[in-house]
Design a protein around this ligand. Structure first.
Ligand code: AMP
Ligand code: GLY
Length: 414
């Protein structure tokens, strides 16, 4: 089968790598891809060029388009490709609203009786400011309704910080809500669904803050590992039965079946499991640790969801541990330089795999082209082993201004 992956991050490199290495496919293209994907397999088409993606898919007889990022999903790429007769993995525009609008997600959760944080809605600044001024309990959580590339959530510790976030982010018509602050440990449970059946994948834990010890601003994710022991078998059963399946059932009953990856961002506090958010796609960097552990062909899993046969699909995971550490550009998640030459790819052993994210091929070099540059990944018999493999070798790969967290996986290490 021929695949086209839409996107350019570490997640897309991991999907392409997995399809090519597990016998799913001999021909995988990426639009636009990154410096980790062979130039001949990269298509110079942007993720918002729907016509271009359709044209390439039809001309090259692509069997399945796999959409990585949220923006083209929320903008309706799946519906557009389907209308041209092109098979595609990823939810429809309407179903992707579970990520595209946090208030829509709240509505679906309420109908499905899914545990969510209490929230209060507002449109615009004034009523929100009045509400904040009456608050005496901090921290609180302020969330913008729409997609915001990870920058739509503020967790102010006092009134002044709350007003700063509001003044910077909330305009007259902005839909926004305040949410109770929840304590606990976060986990990402991604599940594949065909709109009826839902199958959870191995649970992962992301590290969203930029610096060690979970300090500094939120990022897209600085590292991840799987399985995440916080998601015990018992908790996973609860997550499937009380969260994932009810949401899939509600969406089907409301005429917006969800086909694709439903990603639940969870807060776990002993007996209490609460949904913080849903995403409508594979997570990045969670995908870099989930896919290496998959013990079935990725292509079979994706096609089974598209063909609505997941009820007959048996998922299996290897009894191993995976970790990934993101190497980022100085300044990320704020402004950063590009075009720094990356060296050392020839020095690493086969104990680690390098998934590229913000890289480009330029003048015979691989250079930086983004905030999150590389995702250094290893699989081991224990999390300690995977971790050791990564930190033994990560400094062999160099570029000016590179940095990474040194404590990925700390909550699960024994
Ligand atoms: P979200 O995009 O909704 O997942 O929020 C981004 C990050 O903000 C989450 O990964 C959490 O670290 C944090 N967060 C969001 N909502 C809450 C909440 N209600 N209580 C505590 N932390 C939260
Ligand atoms: N790692 C967080 C996300 O993919 O949204």
């Amino acid at each position: 089968m021929k695949y086209l992956i839409v996107g350019s991050g570490g997640r897309e490199h991991a999907i392409a790598w997995r399809l090519l290495n597990d016998g799913s496919s001999k021909e995988v293209y990426a639009a636009p891809g990154n410096g980790g994907i062979l130039p001949n397999n990269r298509i110079d088409i942007k993720v918002n060029d729907f016509e271009g993606i359709a044209r390439f898919s039809l001309e090259n007889k692509i069997d399945l388009v796999v959409i990585g990022p949220e923006v083209p999903l929320v903008d309706g790429l799946t519906d557009f490709l389907n209308s041209k007769g092109i098979r595609c993995f990823g939810p429809s525009k309407e179903a992707a609203m579970i990520e595209g609008s946090k208030l829509f997600a709240k509505k679906i959760m309420k109908t499905s009786n899914v545990p969510a944080a209490a929230h209060w809605d507002f449109t615009g600044k004034e009523p929100l400011i009045e509400f904040i001024k009456k608050q005496d309990k901090f921290p609180i959580v302020i969330k913008l309704d729409g997609l915001a590339a990870g920058k739509g959530v503020g967790i102010p510790q006092n009134t002044d910080e709350a007003l700063l976030f509001i003044n910077e982010n909330v305009k007259k018509d902005t839909r926004v809500f305040v949410e109770e602050f929840l304590k606990g440990e976060e986990a990402s449970v991604l599940a594949i669904s065909d709109g009826v059946t839902v199958i959870p994948l191995v649970a992962a834990q992301d590290h969203k803050r930029v610096y060690d010890g979970d300090r500094g601003p939120n990022t897209g994710g600085m590292g991840a590992y799987a399985p995440a022991p916080i998601v015990t078998t018992e908790r996973m059963k609860y997550i499937k039965d009380k969260i994932l399946q009810p949401v899939i059932d509600t969406m089907r009953k409301e005429g917006i079946p969800f086909k694709g990856i439903l990603y639940a961002g969870l807060m776990i506090d002993e007996d209490k499991i609460t949904v913080l958010e849903f995403n409508a796609r594979f997570g990045d960097p969670e995908t870099q640790v989930i896919l290496p552990l998959l013990d079935v062909k990725l292509g079979d899993m994706l096609n089974s969801a598209v063909d609505s046969t997941l009820d007959k699909f048996h998922i299996k995971f290897k009894d191993k541990h995976a970790m990934t550490v993101v190497v980022a550009s100085k300044g990320y998640p704020g402004d950063y330089d590009k075009d720094k030459v990356i060296t050392g790819f020839d020095k690493i052993s086969d104990k680690i795999m390098v998934f590229h994210a913000g890289t480009e091929f330029k003048d015979k070099n691989i250079v930086t082209n983004g905030g999150r540059v590389l995702s250094i990944t290893s699989i081991g018999n224990s999390l300690n082993e995977a971790r050791q493999n990564i930190y033994d070798e990560i400094d062999k790969i160099k570029f000016e201004g590179s940095f990474y967290r040194k404590d990925i996986g700390y909550r699960a290490l024994t």
